[in-house]
Design a protein around this ligand. Structure first.
Ligand SMILES: Nc1ncnc2c1ncn2[C@@H]1O[C@H](COP(=O)(O)OP(=O)(O)OP(=O)(O)O)[C@@H](O)[C@H]1O
Ligand SMILES: [Mg+2]
Length: 261
């Protein structure tokens, strides 16, 4: 747990999540009056808790009952946050991919995204039509949700992305671009599915380049064979994707054919 990312505000407060056995996160601090009211805690204990929560002392200065109070508060907060993340995921995942469950690679990737987003390479999931790329990508997003972290995620098919970003009167497409480009974990499905126009190539380039420059992790899928990626997406996009992504190749037959049988 020691490699977990700890929010700066909590670092200042020296909340020792590892010693408490709690997943680090951005949680509301406990209300110390509850310690006195509900736990029969002493006033001196409350003072000690205040000092600890203000970052003036460390965990060793607290009595066992005070440590239990802090631990229980953060355990409850972590459990609540995890539940919210999963509920949010369940409400957003397309029904068809709701059963997708992460494998060990997806789970490890999600953990890495939480602990060190800048050094986590994005995933480029490739393979022919129907081999399960979108399914795989949603399993990875589920793994991100299951970390219980507050990392935001968003998913778009490339086609939907272009529809969202197309300039339209009365809509600030630049603001939309910035929101999408700034998402903690961005999933873009079906890159290169349609022939790029000058405009779609420019938008794709700006988006990929933004993610590339900011070292933000994401998941991309494409059924363009890797050797044809340059032709399909253009040199600048393909080159960046190659550097920033770990490639996952799905093989096999079109699963949809098997289902139709
Ligand atoms: N590992 C899996 N276990 C069970 N079902 C799966 C799995 N992978 C994919 N499927 C199912 O197979 C079908 C095709 O999967 P998916 O839509 O992910 O393919 P795809 O590679 O994204 O296809 P396309 O290139 O057309 O976008 C879906 O119904 C999906 O739910
Ligand atoms: Mg797909």
């Amino acid at each position: 747990m020691s490699d977990q990312w700890i929010p700066p505000s909590q670092q200042r407060r020296r909340i020792d999540f590892e010693a408490l056995g709690v997943r680090p996160g951005r949680y509301v601090l406990p209300d110390v009056t509850n310690f006195i009211v509900t736990e029969n805690g002493s006033r001196e204990g409350a003072e000690r808790l205040h000092d600890y929560l203000d970052g003036k002392t460390d965990l060793a200065s607290l009595q066992p009952a005070e440590i239990d109070f802090v631990r229980q508060h953060f355990l409850d907060a972590a459990a609540e946050q995890l539940q919210k993340c999963i509920a949010h995921f369940e409400s957003k995942v397309p029904r068809r991919y709701a059963s997708a469950r992460p494998n060990a690679i997806a789970t490890a990737w999600a953990k890495s995204v939480v602990t060190s987003p800048e050094s986590t390479r994005s995933l480029l999931v490739v393979g022919p039509t129907g081999t399960g790329k979108t399914h795989y990508a949603y399993s990875v997003l589920r793994a991100v949700a299951e970390t219980g972290s507050r990392n935001g995620w968003a998913s778009y098919t490339a086609a939907d992305l272009y529809a969202q970003l197309r300039p339209r009167t009365g809509r600030d497409s630049e603001a939309t671009f910035e929101t999408i480009a700034g998402t903690d974990v961005l999933f873009v499905d079906d890159l290169g599915a349609a022939k790029l126009t000058e405009w779609t190539e420019e938008v794709t380039y700006r988006l990929i380049n933004h993610r590339y420059e900011q070292c933000k992790p994401g998941i991309f899928t494409s059924n363009v064979p890797p050797t044809q990626l340059r032709d399909a997406l253009g040199e600048r996009i393909a080159s960046r994707l190659t550097e920033m992504c770990e490639r996952i190749t799905l093989k096999g037959d079109d699963r949809r054919k098997g289902m139709a049988a």
